[in-house]
Design a protein around this ligand. Structure first.
Ligand SMILES: Nc1ncnc2c1ncn2[C@@H]1O[C@H](COP(=O)(O)OP(=O)(O)OP(=O)(O)O)[C@@H](O)[C@H]1O
Ligand SMILES: [Mg+2]
Length: 205
């Protein structure tokens, strides 16, 4: 009886996770974009996550005061949650650190003729976890690609992140090696620059 109940509980949480990820796709269709303080969104997401993470896991935050980005606060919250969750899962129950940074920098590629350069806002999430083998690295953004056990991962986390960032006119870079941890870096245009994306729609990304 107990075994059956446990199986039901596990299947239910998997269904919950799946629905949550799918809803983040669906909801984005009618999101109204607004100026968003990325540092605040990230701080809030980490505070929410902290409670559910083991005490062996240290979270280091370096969140600068940055100019606003233009976008969907709920989507950007989801980005921070998904990246930090992956980082925590890659560390597991051993001692480890997740370092989260938010900062702004000038776009060095701009030419003087184009006038004042708008800053780019960066979010990076680094972990001391397992790292990612090269063959896996090629596939991590694919929907439903997961190396986790049934009940642990749906494989939608990073494809949701990719969809949200692309629909904000941003980019994602990842550096990882087995045994050396993983670094995800996201860049987003500051509010006022490159706001050609009129509608947030990760499905189209
Ligand atoms: N920080 C990380 N360290 C090591 N591997 C990672 C990391 N982030 C992602 N991965 C790898 O990429 C795969 C895909 O990640 P993704 O977030 O899309 O799905 P998931 O975590 O498996 O499931 P879900 O996020 O839906 O619960 C993971 O299964 C894992 O193999
Ligand atoms: Mg994930």
């Amino acid at each position: 009886m107990r075994g059956d109940m446990e199986a039901i509980t596990q299947a239910s949480s998997r269904a919950r996770d799946l629905v949550k990820q799918i809803l983040t796709f669906a909801r984005k269709q009618d999101v109204v974009k607004q100026p968003v303080d990325l540092a605040m969104v990230v701080r809030e997401a980490l505070r929410m996550l902290r409670a559910s993470l083991p005490a062996t896991l240290q979270i280091v935050e370096h969140l600068d005061d940055v100019p606003p980005v233009f976008g969907d606060p709920g989507g950007l919250h989801q980005v921070a949650v998904n990246l930090a969750t992956n980082a925590a899962q890659a560390i597991g129950s051993v001692i480890g650190t997740i370092t989260v940074r938010v900062w702004a920098a000038r776009d060095s590629g701009a030419s003087p003729q184009r006038g004042p350069v708008e800053p780019i806002i960066y979010l990076s999430v680094a972990d001391t976890g397992t790292g990612i083998p090269a063959a896996t690295l090629d596939r991590i953004f694919e929907p439903f690609f997961t190396t986790k056990d049934v009940g642990e991962g749906t494989g939608l986390g990073l494809s949701v992140v990719h969809g949200i960032i692309t629909s904000h006119g941003g980019e994602i870079a990842v550096h990882s090696k087995p045994g050396e941890g993983t670094l995800f870096t996201i860049s987003l245009p500051a509010h006022g620059k490159g706001q050609a994306v009129s509608q947030i729609n990760p499905m189209a990304a």
